[in-house]
Design a protein around this ligand. Sequence first.
Ligand code: SF4
Ligand code: SF4
Length: 164
Amino acid sequence: MLGNLKGLLVTLSSMLRKPVTYQYPKEHKPIENRYMGFPVLMWDSQISEPYCTGCMVCVRYCPTQCMTAVMKDNPLHAEGVSKRRKIVDSFEINFGRCIVCGICVDVCNFDAIEMSHEHELSKYARNDNRSDLTRLLEMGRKYQEETDWKPKTNAKESEEEASS
Ligand code: SF4
Ligand code: SF4
């Protein structure tokens, strides 16, 4: 009898608890800052240009060969505005083939690419998920705003300046 009552109390208490489930796709669980979604390109708002120089290091290391990049001479460098002699001209990632391994981010020397929070990018056709430079930069800016992103290289430089 006592056991039955205890069981009933457990049932009643769980009925009053707030549900922990989300009614996807109407509801979305908040994403943690450390979440690793698809890679996107970062925007240098101080100079108004991408961080990416189009050096192709990430392209060479990508295990699924889903990226392409083309570089060009940077007109802002010629004007004395930017330190980057070369800048990205075109860039594409085929998210349908990306395995979200993060190698492109690890090998980039310019803080130009980050694993964003983007994850709901499903498409019906196999090749519909190719993202060009404009879209990658748009997604990058969204990620930068969401996470108050700072480039690691500059952060390292400021730490060194502070300690000297
Ligand atoms: S993202 Fe980085 S490694 Fe890839 S092309 Fe741009 S600068 Fe080079
Ligand atoms: S996360 Fe991995 S698979 Fe995706 S683009 Fe970067 S290196 Fe390629």
